[in-house]
Design a protein around this ligand. Structure first.
Ligand code: KPL
Length: 292
């Protein structure tokens, strides 16, 4: 059942998934333009690999794919899926890879087939028309928002792991999404504003800024009842900064490419929660004002 998966969205994450999954499964990458050029993957070890992934447009999609990985930006997800939905079986399982916590809830409720959410700390950026640089190895959790479809989540995690993308199924997806959102809130707006790689956050003058943001995140998460990561927020966030030190975060890539950013999807849910619980978030507010 796991062959012939579709990956919707030819950005950094879509190309990364296509390049890795292609080794074991039949996959196609869907974008605005079809192409017969291979995807060039630069591995974290610096190896350059050419992957002959078919690149198609939505209207060329097979009617019954085994699975669709939705790998677009959060703000583009609903529209991209609506276009693909005209061509595929509505019972097709979906895996949502978006940052933030804006599309997961509505798409899970609206899509007729099973919907899983993936949260990943893989670091990747695009290079030219056909390339992707896998800048930092991360880990992916995959599961349904309410803990449903455990077998499917297990299969998807195994498929990723077989393709050398470290992954595991989870039954606490909501919590994992909030954790990833905290990571993105602490890293992405700052690196986008100062146009730096993730690892530079470890140095002055950025380090105290990250620490202050983590303080605000801590209050919001506590009020929202999100269980703290095993070793605390600081440890989790600094670990991702460490392992993706060489990466240009997705929001920086957006700014450099003059694309809209995922500011709303990442910071929006935090502000909503802060408002609900009447919590002051001065450092997050400043981030909002300074994020494109
Ligand atoms: O998710 C990411 C992103 O770039 O959006 C991190 C984990 C911060 C890696 O850069």
């Amino acid at each position: 059942m796991m062959n012939s998966a579709l990956i919707l969205g030819p950005g950094a994450l879509g190309r990364l998934l296509a390049a890795y999954l292609d080794q074991q499964n039949r996959v196609a990458l869907i974008g605005r333009q079809a192409s017969s050029r291979p995807i060039n993957l630069v591995t974290p070890e610096g190896e350059i690999l050419s992957r002959p992934v078919p690149r198609i447009t939505a209207d060329q999609a097979p009617r019954q794919p085994a699975l669709v990985h939705l790998a677009t930006k959060a703000y583009a997800a609903q529209q991209a899926l609506a276009e693909l939905a005209e061509h595929i079986d509505p019972a097709t399982p979906l895996v949502l890879w978006q940052n933030g916590f804006q599309v997961q809830e509505p798409l899970t409720r609206r899509w007729p087939g099973p919907v899983l959410c993936a949260t990943t700390t893989e670091g990747a950026y695009t290079q030219g028309e056909d390339g992707v640089v896998h800048a930092g190895r991360g880990h992916t959790f995959v599961g349904h928002l309410d803990g449903g479809y455990p077998e499917l989540a297990d299969n998807v995690a195994k498929m990723l792991a077989r393709a050398s993308l470290s992954a595991e199924p989870c039954d606490d997806t909501r919590r994992r999404l909030w954790h990833k959102l905290a990571v993105n809130a602490a890293i992405n707006p700052l690196v986008a504003r100062y146009r730096i790689r993730n690892g530079q956050l470890r140095d002055r003058p950025f380090r105290p800024m990250v620490t202050a943001i983590i303080g605000d995140l801590n209050s919001v998460m506590e009020a929202e009842g999100i269980t703290t990561p095993e070793n605390g927020w600081e440890a989790m966030i600094w670990k991702v900064i460490e392992t993706t030190a060489n990466n240009r975060a997705s929001m920086l890539q957006d700014v450099l490419a003059n694309r809209p950013t995922e500011r709303d999807a990442i910071l929006g849910p935090l502000f909503e929660a802060a408002r609900r619980h009447d919590i002051a978030t001065p450092h997050l507010n400043a981030l909002w004002d300074s994020t494109p």
